[in-house]
Ligand binder design. Structure first.
Ligand SMILES: *Cc1c(COP(=O)(O)O)cnc(C)c1O
Length: 357
């Protein structure tokens, strides 16, 4: 039986996408082979990459002078790829709003002067620093942000307007809300949160910024090389790209990013409203910065939290355990989480509250 899976990543995928993949798993596009078996140089596969790229461009409104590439190594490898492709002057600014933001900043320090110009660790990352009050470093090569903080459940509601190119890790929210791509130098995202199974990372980069990677940049991390080769410089994560294509087709059929964002806002609104009106549950994030993808909450009693997680699982609501840095619970309600899943969670929370009052 399928359960409602609230995992932060890898995470739930649309059921119809999984069914479609199953249906054509043994014979992809009349080739008599599985998509996991065919050469990445096969015409049929080339179409898979091209389609995933075209759908990304269409659904996010990516301008023509931006590269859209599919690479390996997860978002964490991009923490290194960012400085290796962009840090020509040897310095960059980072806004540290959570664990992944901190990791990106630390990786940046390997390659040059990575300045932390914003930090919300003083309140355990429960807010986003005011972007209008940031002091940018003169001559910085880029400004790095994490647009949605998966572990702490915050998101930017306004993006920095900085002199240097803005680089955003959008791993846990890409395709969940509309963004003006032209305001960013680079956007990257590990796919296993809101797009596909693990194994592929999407990078969207303004081409004029990526023409001269640092001398020490490994060939595989050169966005320019990946772009010139249509993401086929070497063997790509073929199955994950294929799945991303199916998810994007499904997203388009659902009305695109704007339509899905409305549903996402609705789902998150239901859950936050319930939490705010309950006596038992609490979300500690400053309201205006609340993520609509990742919703952490606690009861204030670690034992009760553990009981909640165990009983929820028995009711078919799984992977609700919060990250070890936050504790409590976390409901990740990505694009693929149906409204009914959130409603079921709320029903369970009500029942649990009554029984444990
Ligand atoms: C999950 C996550 C990462 C790490 O992704 P990997 O693909 O495991 O390297 C980085 N940034 C954010 C915002 C994430 O949610």
């Amino acid at each position: 039986m399928r359960v409602y899976n609230f995992s932060a990543g890898p995470s739930t995928l649309p059921l119809n996408v999984l069914e479609k993949a199953r249906e054509e798993f043994l014979d992809f596009a009349g080739t008599g082979m599985s998509v996991t078996e065919i050469s990445h140089r096969d015409k049929a596969f080339e179409g898979v990459v091209k389609e995933a790229e075209a759908l990304t461009r269409e659904l996010l409104g990516v301008p023509d002078d931006y590269a859209v590439i599919f690479v390996q190594g997860g978002a964490s490898t991009q923490f290194a790829a960012v400085p290796l492709n962009l840090m020509h002057g040897g310095k960059a600014d980072y806004i540290v709003t959570g664990n992944f933001a901190k990791k990106a900043w630390q990786e940046g320090q390997i390659y040059g002067e990575a300045n932390k110009i914003g930090d919300s660790s003083d309140k355990t990352y429960t807010y986003i620093p005011d972007v209008d009050k940031l002091q940018y470093t003169e001559g910085a090569d880029y400004v790095h942000i994490t647009s949605n903080n998966t572990i702490f459940g915050t998101r930017y509601i306004k993006f920095p307007e900085c002199p240097a190119p803005l680089v955003a890790d959008m791993s846990s929210e890409i395709f969940s809300r509309e963004v003006d791509v032209s305001k960013f130098g680079v956007i990257y995202a590990g796919a296993q949160k809101n797009l596909a199974p693990a194994g592929v990372t999407i990078v969207i980069a303004k081409r004029e910024l990526i023409q001269t990677p640092l001398k020490i940049c490994p060939t595989m991390l050169k966005w320019k090389v990946q772009d010139e080769n249509g993401s086929l410089y070497n063997t790509p994560p073929a199955f994950a790209i294929y799945m991303a294509g199916l998810v994007l087709k499904d997203l388009k059929a659902r009305g695109g990013v704007k339509a899905v964002n409305e549903i996402n806002e609705y789902k998150a609104g239901l859950l936050y409203d319930f939490i705010d009106n309950s006596a038992l549950y609490k979300n500690n994030v400053e309201r205006k910065y609340r993520s609509i993808m990742n919703v952490p909450f606690v009861t204030g009693d670690a034992e009760l939290d553990a009981k909640f997680i165990a009983e929820a699982k028995k009711s078919g609501l799984v992977s609700l355990k919060g990250h070890r840095l936050v504790g409590g619970m976390r409901a990740s309600i990505y694009n693929a989480m149906p409204v009914e899943g959130v409603k079921s969670l709320i029903e369970f929370m009500k029942k649990f509250e009554k029984e444990n009052a």
